[in-house]
Design a protein around this ligand. Structure first.
Ligand code: ZN
Length: 415
């Protein structure tokens, strides 16, 4: 792997197109200059053209020379890749569950591009994917793949509306740009205010976080990183903003609003005050931007990170283990028989853990706050309603082992 990394670094640092682009630009400048000279004085055209011939030829030679190390670098990289994956099996219909779902792969790619804001690439991709419908290959799991898959149906029914998604993501990128680059909170606050109730129902703090940052900005004036330009004016501006906009927050964020008000007497030495962390928080902008992206995607029914990115990264983490497993199975002549389930545990980082839910093995219902998972002394867990039903308030036998216990001995499980 190190050899591959070295080649990538070499490509990025040395064998890149920087010099070529520079020399091409020089050629363009040369030509533009000549055009201007001829436009200014037509009689000078033959001389200018004659002079140009040599210089242009030299420029081309230079560009070709620039490109040589780039080609060499790419060649070395290709060799390193081939070397690295020499003995590794390529996915085939037998070991690749996705061969029968090329449309899903296309959809994931299209979604990824849209989410990354690569709108024109996404548009071309969708157009070309539709012009050349994929040919699904049968796999053991899907022996008879059908052509008309979800994506085609979605496209036909307008449920995968790339135009609409593009518009929505364009809005997201606009707001993010204003937030991160311009340090302008107004569009994000307007967006959050419009969806105030939905966000509150989701338990989101986004709207308040944005408004609190706005309060800090108003207090500090021009330089949002440093101390306030004019503390007295800053307090006036911030308090005026709080009076006009913090009304709806009084109930849910009473403590936080009081904190902001209590910080104002420290206007002249905020950096030494107990409220320092609110007014000098370097990561505040990054935090609200992340929080905004997460809420924006959630309201569209999407996760904050691109599923394709997550799947590819998780796959890359799992791949070495799976390759090792494949080799062991081959040596021992055994087969992996469980469909749709990995035969080994693949530990993934916590950010890759989704669906921390509990489904009661008795009632098959998903646990809720009202019906939480309960662990009996034997260690088995069932939902509270099932526990009540089975035990009827008296000693009872666990449905999964011979152990007996009283319902009051069961402990609530927090996920
Ligand atoms: Zn048990």
């Amino acid at each position: 792997m190190e050899a591959l990394q070295r080649e990538v670094e070499q490509l990025q640092k040395e064998n890149n197109l920087e010099k070529t682009v520079e020399d091409v630009q020089k050629t363009i400048d040369l030509l533009l200059h000549a055009r201007q000279a001829i436009a200014a004085d037509a009689s000078a055209a033959p001389v200018t053209m004659a002079k140009l011939q040599n210089s242009v030829q030299q420029s081309f030679d230079r560009v070709n020379r620039d490109l040589k190390p780039v080609h060499q670098g790419l060649n070395n990289y290709q060799k390193a890749v081939t070397n690295m994956f020499k003995d590794k099996p390529l996915p085939t219909a037998e070991n690749d569950a996705l061969s029968s779902h090329p449309s899903l792969v296309n959809r994931a790619i299209a979604m990824h591009l849209l989410r990354e804001g690569q709108f024109s690439v996404a548009a071309t991709f969708i157009e070309e994917a539709n012009a050349h419908p994929p040919q699904p290959e049968p796999t053991p799991g899907t022996p008879n793949p059908y052509l008309q898959e979800a994506w085609e149906k979605d496209l036909a029914n307008g449920t995968f509306n790339s135009q609409k998604l593009q518009q929505q993501f364009a809005e997201m990128y606009h707001i993010l740009h204003e937030l991160k680059q311009q340090k302008n909170l107004a569009p994000a606050i307007a967006w959050a205010k419009e969806r105030s109730i939905v966000l509150e129902n989701r338990g989101s703090n986004l709207e308040f976080e944005l408004c609190r940052l706005q309060f800090v900005c108003l207090f500090k004036g021009g330089d949002i990183q440093g101390p306030p330009a004019d503390p007295v004016l800053g307090v006036l501006r911030a308090m005026q903003y709080a009076r006009s906009d913090f009304g709806p927050f009084q109930h849910r964020y009473g403590k936080e609003v009081s904190e902001l008000a209590a910080a104002m007497p420290f206007a002249h030495n905020m950096a030494e005050s107990p409220y320092r962390r609110i007014f000098y928080n370097d990561s505040a902008w990054e935090e609200v931007a992340t929080s905004f992206t997460r809420e924006f995607c959630s309201l569209l029914g999407l996760s904050a990170d691109s599923p394709l990115y997550i799947a590819a990264t998780a796959g890359a983490i799992a791949l070495p283990t799976l390759l090792k497993l494949q080799k062991i199975m081959k040596d021992k002549r055994t087969e992996w028989t469980t469909q749709n389930e990995l035969p080994v545990e693949i530990p993934l980082p916590p950010a890759y853990h989704f669906h921390s839910i509990f489904v009661c093995p008795v009632s098959k219902e998903q646990a809720t706050d009202q019906n939480p998972p309960m662990m009996m002394p034997c260690g088995h867990v069932i939902a509270k309603e099932s526990l009540d039903k089975i035990s009827k308030g008296a000693r009872f036998k666990c449905p999964y082992c011979p152990a007996e216990s009283h319902p009051r001995e069961a402990k609530k499980v927090f996920l």
